[in-house]
Design a protein around this ligand. Structure first.
Ligand code: ATP
Length: 263
């Protein structure tokens, strides 16, 4: 679909187009499109920009990834459709494994996503087909399957767009979980060790920039950033930010001034 250059919602519509394209390529499922809608709503509320609370979380996430012994980036259909090259780049900088991890798991989709990521430069993609032979305790059905060379043995897992149940299970397995979720109230956001309340399309490029910049920092400096990080405070800041914005909007003029072109 052609989206005019001057359309006021152009960026948001372009993101939608990427997801629809991902749906056509069988990377994204119908439920993924609905999940994106929930995300868009929260993006509207935070102002569609990376806010200071997300910057703080991104800095801590970069420190955690750089300090990790065995970092893994978990990729679902929406993430693959929205930021495939960026995921590959972040994995390269942080020496992380990439693993396909789906809520609605089918072999066809796992393999389509792995192929898509390889086409975007990934040399290895775990979790597709027979590779997902290990299980996460406490979870049932296909959702518990993970790679024994990936998430199962990871110490730090980045889960853009994960569900709450799985985030909790990974935490209970002693892993540091970094979530990217626009909804600061979701179970994922509240269960993760570090929650980046931002859109994946902005957060992952920002993480690339930050990890590049922080790679040369001494270990002690990275450890200090992690030690001082408080995820509860970051989630509270996200909610306060939304409250402040709504408060300001509630006392400002909301109706648009439109020029009459009918005469
Ligand atoms: P939970 O189980 O964590 O409570 P949920 O049921 O609210 O999650 P899901 O349907 O599992 O949500 O996934 C949708 C989540 O992903 C929403 O919280 C939404 O805000 C978030 N989301 C969707 N698209 C994006 C995006 N592009 N960037 C960041 N977050 C997103």
């Amino acid at each position: 679909m052609h989206i005019p250059l001057n359309h006021p919602r152009r960026t948001s519509l372009l993101i939608r187009e990427k997801l629809v394209e991902g749906f056509r390529r069988k990377l994204v499922v119908e439920e993924g499109l609905i999940a994106h809608g929930r995300g868009e709503c929260f993006d509207y509320l935070i102002g569609e920009k990376t806010q200071p609370f997300a910057e703080k979380a991104i800095e801590a996430a970069a420190a955690a990834l750089l300090l990790a012994k065995y970092p893994v980036i978990s990729v679902n259909g929406n993430t693959a459709a929205l930021v495939p090259s960026e995921v590959v780049e972040l994995a390269r900088i942080t020496n992380a494994k990439i693993e396909v991890n789906l809520f609605y798991r089918t072999r066809e989709r796992e393999e389509a996503i792995a192929k898509w990521l390889r086409e975007h430069g990934a040399s290895e993609v775990l979790g597709a087909g027979d590779d997902a032979s290990a299980t996460i305790p406490e979870l049932f059905s296909e959702r518990r399957r993970v790679s024994p060379r990936g998430i199962l043995i990871a110490d730090v897992v980045l889960v853009p767009l994960e569900d709450g149940d799985r985030t909790e299970a990974l935490r209970k397995m002693g892993k540091t979980v970094i979530a990217i979720d626009l909804n600061p109230l979701s179970r994922t956001a509240r269960a993760a060790s570090i929650t980046i309340v931002d859109n994946v399309v902005r957060a992952i490029p920002y993480m690339i920039e930050k990890t590049k910049e922080m790679k040369t920092k001494p270990r002690e400096a990275l450890e200090k950033i992690l030690r001082e990080y408080d995820n509860n405070a970051v989630l509270q800041e996200a909610i306060k930010h939304i409250l402040r914005r709504l408060e300001e909007l509630s006392t400002s003029k909301l109706t648009l001034e439109l020029t009459d072109i009918s005469k």
